[in-house]
Design a protein around this ligand. Structure first.
Ligand SMILES: Cc1cc2nc3c(=O)[nH]c(=O)nc-3n(C[C@H](O)[C@H](O)[C@H](O)COP(=O)(O)O)c2cc1C
Length: 214
């Protein structure tokens, strides 16, 4: 099947945050939409392999920080390419607790606090429907998924519902014209050749300091 048309579906980018027995945890998602308008319900699509999925299911509440074009892009590197199972992704960010879920400080387009209503099983992903308990407006320009791809030049990892196989360069598939090789310790991308000082990982945007020679 030709899935080209699917690439023209539009999305935003969000940090979904939840409460891991008192410790904040969360990840980046692009799949979030409003389902009803009165006493609103929203839905998010969560990969079952993501740690955040399990914690949302257990805790029953989550926050959505709507990323803005002006937001700190390191949020995408940290929350979109690392796993909260063995680290606290919130360590380097300011946040506060509201309704038992973490609310990130900084520039966003708003925050939404949600309580899980029901979960629909969709093979690799669960779609989690949730009641909006509260919202916190903010005035950043919402970052669209297209902006993330075309301006930030970011990619989607395997657990994103919109992952496209050809766009990821896997660690097992380095380019053939070998010289020096460096691996991004955040997402596993392999770069061949010298690394300029201002180099950023083309997959997860991690800085040069995250690359190790292999
Ligand atoms: C641009 C982007 C979009 C993503 N969209 C989703 C999504 O909609 N749903 C999802 O489950 N994971 C999505 N991910 C993947 C998770 O953020 C990623 O697997 C993360 O490392 C999971 O962390 P965790 O194991 O701590 O939950 C996305 C990642 C990026 C960078």
């Amino acid at each position: 099947m030709d899935i080209t048309a699917l690439r023209n579906l539009t999305y935003g980018l969000y940090v979904v945050g939840t409460n891991d027995n008192g410790r904040p945890t969360g990840c980046i998602i692009n799949t979030c939409f409003q389902v009803t308008s009165e006493n609103p319900i929203v839905a998010i699509s969560m990969n079952k392999n993501n740690y955040t999925h399990d914690i949302i299911v257990r805790h029953g509440k989550f926050s959505l920080a709507i990323l803005a074009e002006e937001s700190d892009t390191s949020l995408i590197t940290t929350f979109g390419f690392q796993c909260g199972r063995d680290r606290n992704k919130y360590t380097n960010y300011d946040y506060e607790w509201q309704n038992d879920v973490p609310i990130l400080s900084g520039i966003f387009s708003g925050h939404i606090i949600c309580e899980v209503l029901h979960i629909a099983d969709n093979e690799t992903h669960d779609v989690i429907f949730a009641r909006v308990l509260n919202t916190i407006p903010d005035n950043g320009t919402p970052m669209t998924y297209a902006y993330y791809h075309h301006v930030i030049k970011g990619k989607a990892p395997q657990n994103a519902p919109t992952y496209i196989k050809e766009e990821n360069v896997s660690p097992e598939d380095p380019k053939p014209n070998s010289g020096k090789k460096y691996i991004c310790e955040v997402c596993g991308y392999i770069h061949e050749g010298e690394l300029p000082d201002d180099f950023k990982c083309p997959v997860c945007q991690a800085p040069r300091s995250c690359f190790k020679e292999i």
